[in-house]
Design a protein around this ligand. Sequence first.
Ligand code: HEC
Ligand code: HEC
Length: 446
Amino acid sequence: MISVKKNIFRFINFCLLSLVVIIFVYANNFQSSAIAANEKHFYGPGDNKQGYESIDYVTNTLDLQKRVGKQADLLEFYRNPPLGLPPAPVPAYNPLTEEKVSLGRILFFDRRLSINDTFSCAICHIPEQGFTNNEIQTAIGVEGRSGKRNAPTVYNSGYLKMMFHDGREDSLEQQVWAPFLARNEMANPSIGYVINKIKAIPDYDGLFEKAFDGRGPTMETVGMALASYQRTLNAADSPFDRWHFGKQQDAVSESVKRGFEVFTGKGQCSVCHLIHEDYALFADNQLHNTGLGYETSMGSNSTTTRVQLAPGVFADLDNKIIRSVSKAKLNDVGRYEVTENPNDRWKFLTPMLRNVALTAPYMHDGSMQSLREVMEFYNQGGVENELLSPLIKPLDLSDQEIDDVIEFLKSLTGSNIGTLVADAFAAPIGNISKDDPNWAHDNQIK
Ligand code: HEC
Ligand code: HEC
């Protein structure tokens, strides 16, 4: 009897041990294949992305050691805009000067200009990511506070007649105060707080006075300096420009040429994304309802929503689960938020399409990851709603035509992008240092 029991015990022990060994070998294999995938895809330039667990994730962010900075003659891109751009407009009260551009460039990269010294403009408008952020759909500000809109590029922003996706600002000089003060962006408590902080930072000693005839930092001069830097970020002379305006036949592929025909013909894109005779900004300074805003704020028939968990990591979650854990979805009615005119619901500003290959994700809410998704959206005629723009209708484009338009859009990347990015890398980054007052405790900022 005893020996039978012993044998049963031995047998069970053996089974358990085998199971443990099998699990161990399996888990080890699994782990090492995951690590192999990591090594292939996550290392290289940029932060170490281990733990993101998404094999297809790639980043354009360069780590600090890999950045090669080289200061450029920025004013030249304003004086002689690259091929394809018209003369650059500048308000009479803020003529562009070397001193203002250089001061604006320092301000743009200064993280101390946020409440907790972490956020500069460049944290959301990242130079090597098309001066936008390719990694998140809607902007995230200090302390992880999220906003409802995608950060647009600031390339060619000097040409904008209206700013923001709802067109609520009309000058770069004034626009800056929105991010400075927004709770979910740089979160400064007041205008005076920002001005006093700049006055207290030794790096700025004398710079404003030199740029503005003796005037120090004020609400106006801060805006004027930042506007001046941004007005030099003109990026064009793309393959398309060399072909279309420069008459250089071999500057683009046959596919780009066919794509241009579709863009200006069957696709009707250039009705809103305008191309003029001797320049192109691909925008019309108008706001339109394409149905995208309607779909996200009124809900679609879909039972799942694609949620971004981390850069490059997405999950399709059941809407019931989302509702159970989150507050109501941030509603965005677009231009209506500016005018409160019901006819303006879900209208958004036509973006300029220059350098669009560098500025994913797309649309006011960053909901489209690729140009293909954008094309499929237009091809189906946007999303039907009572206020849909009459200019948006099903296009019946073939796969070939869609591919060609995408090639055309990719041909809009300016030849001087590398120069502008290298210049940005050469700019000083304003980080809190031992020379700065300890804002939080010394009570320097009132
Ligand atoms: C937290 C991220 C964030 C920070 C920081 C930030 N921005 Fe932006 N920026 C955005 C978003 C999001 C929008 C679009 C907002 C909207 O449409 O309501 C935007 C819009 C803009 C626009 C208008 C572009 C267009 O096509 O309409 C300009 C210009 C701009 N920002 C410049 C700046 C400057 C200068 C700073 C620093 C003072 C700055 N931004 C700081 C996220 C940010
Ligand atoms: C009725 C005017 C109109 C027409 C026609 C139109 N667009 Fe647009 N386009 C817009 C507006 C408005 C937006 C911004 C929508 C938003 O933010 O939700 C936009 C956004 C885009 C974007 C995203 C850009 C970015 O930076 O997020 C691309 C790319 C684009 N359009 C390409 C095209 C192409 C290609 C066509 C033709 C198939 C086309 N558009 C037709 C008005 C138009």
